[in-house]
Design a protein around this ligand. Sequence first.
Ligand SMILES: Cc1cc2nc3c(=O)[nH]c(=O)nc-3n(C[C@H](O)[C@H](O)[C@H](O)COP(=O)(O)OP(=O)(O)OC[C@H]3O[C@@H](n4cnc5c(N)ncnc54)[C@H](O)[C@@H]3O)c2cc1C
Length: 240
Amino acid sequence: MNFEPSEEQKLLIESARRFVREELYPHEEEVEKTGAVHRDLRQQIIDRALEVGLYAANMPQDLGGGGLDSLSMCMLDRELGRASYALQYTVGRPSNILQACVGEQRERYLFPCIRGEKTDCLAMTEPGAGSDVRSMSTRAERDGRDFIINGTKHFISHADIADFVILFAATGFEETPRGPRKRITAFLVDKGSRGFEVRDGYQSVSNRGYHNCILEFDNCRVSGLDVGFAAGEDLAGCTG
Ligand SMILES: Cc1cc2nc3c(=O)[nH]c(=O)nc-3n(C[C@H](O)[C@H](O)[C@H](O)COP(=O)(O)OP(=O)(O)OC[C@H]3O[C@@H](n4cnc5c(N)ncnc54)[C@H](O)[C@@H]3O)c2cc1C
C-alpha cells in the first residue's frame, strides 16, 4: 500500500506550513502574554486564510468551501496544529453538521460560516453527561411552534467568540433496536437570545488564548422552522 501523500496533498501541506510560519507563529508571543487573540488579529488571520484558500477547507466546494477529503483534512489539521491552539483555530473549519441546514438557515448560519463572517460553537457536553451523550439533561420542550430550552452545558470551546451555538438537547424519546432511547435534537441558537447566557469556563493549564465556556439556558425560547421538521426531528434546526 502506498502511504505517500499525493502531489495535491504535498502542495496542501506546503502551503499550510507556510501559512503557519508567516501568519500564525509571529503572533504566538502576544497570545501567550495577553491570553487572547485580539479581534483585529483574528480578522487578519481569517482574511489571509480566505485569500489562500485554507478557510472552511472541510466544507464541500459547491457550498464555497475547500472540498478537502477526510485524509487531506487530517493533514491540514496536523500542520495548523503546530501553532498555538487559539491561533490555529482562527483558520475556521465550520462544524460539518451545519451542512444539514435547510431553508433560511443556510443563509443565516451555513454560508456566513464558510465565508468567515460568522463562527459557530457546538454544545453537547454537560456537567453530568460527557462520554455518555444520551444521558444529557438539557431539554427542549415544544410550545406550539416554538421550543423552550432549559439546561447547562460546559467545556464549550470558543463559545466566547462564537456568534451562535449548535446546541444538542433532549426532545423526547424514540424507538431504537435497543429499545426506547432519548431523542437528541440539534438547535441553532443565536448569542444574545433571551434566556441564553455564556459564562467563563475552566482555566486551561496550557493553550493560552483558547477559552471554554459554560452555557446556561433558562426558559430560552427558539422558534421551529417548518422545513426543519419535515424530515423528522432528529436533525431539526431552530433559530433563536
Ligand atoms: C479542552 C476541551 C474542550 C472541549 N470542547 C468541547 C466542545 O466544544 N463542545 C462539547 O460539547 N464538549 C467539549 N468538551 C467536552 C468533551 O467532549 C468531554 O470532556 C468528553 O466528552 C468526556 O466527557 P467528560 O469530561 O464528562 O468525561 P467522562 O465522560 O466523565 O469520562 C471520564 C473518563 O471515564 C472514561 N469513561 C467514560 N465512560 C466510560 C465507559 N462507559 N467505559 C469506559 N470508560 C469510560 C472516559 O474515557 C474518561 O477517561 C471539551 C473538553 C475539553 C477538555
